[in-house]
Design a protein around this ligand. Sequence first.
Ligand code: NAP
Length: 339
Amino acid sequence: MTVRWGVIGTGGIARSFVEDSAALGVRFTAVGSRTRDRAQAFADEYGIEHAHGDYDALVADDTVDAVYVATPHSAHAEDALRAIEAGKHVLVEKAFTVNAAEARRVVDAARAAGVLVVEAMWTRFLPQASRIRQLVHEGRIGRPRLVEATHHQALPTDPRHRLNDPALAGGALLDLGVYPLAFAVDALGVPETVAAVGSLSDQGVDTQMGLVLGHPDGAQSVLHFALDLRSPNAASIIGDEGRIDLDPSWIGPTTYRLRDRDGHVLEEFDGREDRVGYHHEARAFEEMIASGDHEGGPMPIEQTVAIMEVMDEARRQVGVRYPGETDDATDTGAEPTHP
Ligand SMILES: NC(=O)c1ccc[n+]([C@@H]2O[C@H](COP(=O)([O-])OP(=O)(O)OC[C@H]3O[C@@H](n4cnc5c(N)ncnc54)[C@H](OP(=O)(O)O)[C@@H]3O)[C@@H](O)[C@H]2O)c1
């Protein structure tokens, strides 16, 4: 069965996702925007049949099987729940929600409705990610002990931009840090301890943050991300018998080398491609619908919730709280894990 996609939001990532995926045969039948004009312009540009001037009409569209949520973080839970209530499968942009409490509400609703919900952590779906996962699980670097990764981008400084606006759940962690965090969790498992240091903007969002995470079996990750820095963005997974070095920028299709402990190259992988690479997550999502596997895949939904819990704890430590959040909203329910 061909999955028919609808898109909520007409911003930057909605355009990139549709462009990248449609070119490889993913079928988009509808788009929803807060304004009819923007929906129509987007539909015209990408040859999409139905344009809706509000999101409720988009999720109610009979020609839509799966909804891609491409709105700011602050709107993800509401838009995902809207799609789930309409009986649609839903792929939600990262960060999945503002906090873990919202994430659990979305996941519970999807399970109750029997629909698929997945976080669009697209780097998990790249061919390089599945090969690296295999190498780590086969013990090719011995026991994985350390993940090092950065995600630095010099992004718009306009205070009204969603990245800088607390009301839209801006900040480096939810926008950029979620990638190295998802990468570290893939290699080392869900962290048991979290230590965060952050710098905040005048508006109260994190502009940069460092995380040191303690994973099961004593492994650690050291992650840094910033909205106002530029760097090549490399990443490594280091084990007691070898390492995997991903070349800059590791956030996207790239090259990597598997090395033994002495630095000899054992395997080289070139995952570069002409496209950005969003089509991999779109196709994997379609396969999950077809197989009925709602819990597994490269970005299992329970890991998404666990990652939201880590981000809640990191934000608690550095003092970032979004409007409307209460103590309960960022309370992970876990024992305090900071030093
Ligand atoms: N996977 C990736 O590589 C990647 C890259 C960039 C961003 N993202 C993620 O994608 C999501 C959207 O980011 P973006 O950069 O595409 O943002 P954007 O360019 O600002 O677009 C967001 C869209 O959401 C809709 N929207 C709904 N409520 C809104 C509000 N209160 N304020 C502004 N827009 C609102 C708007 O569409 P309408 O006006 O048409 O309704 C808007 O065009 C975020 O979760 C972000 O983290 C992912």
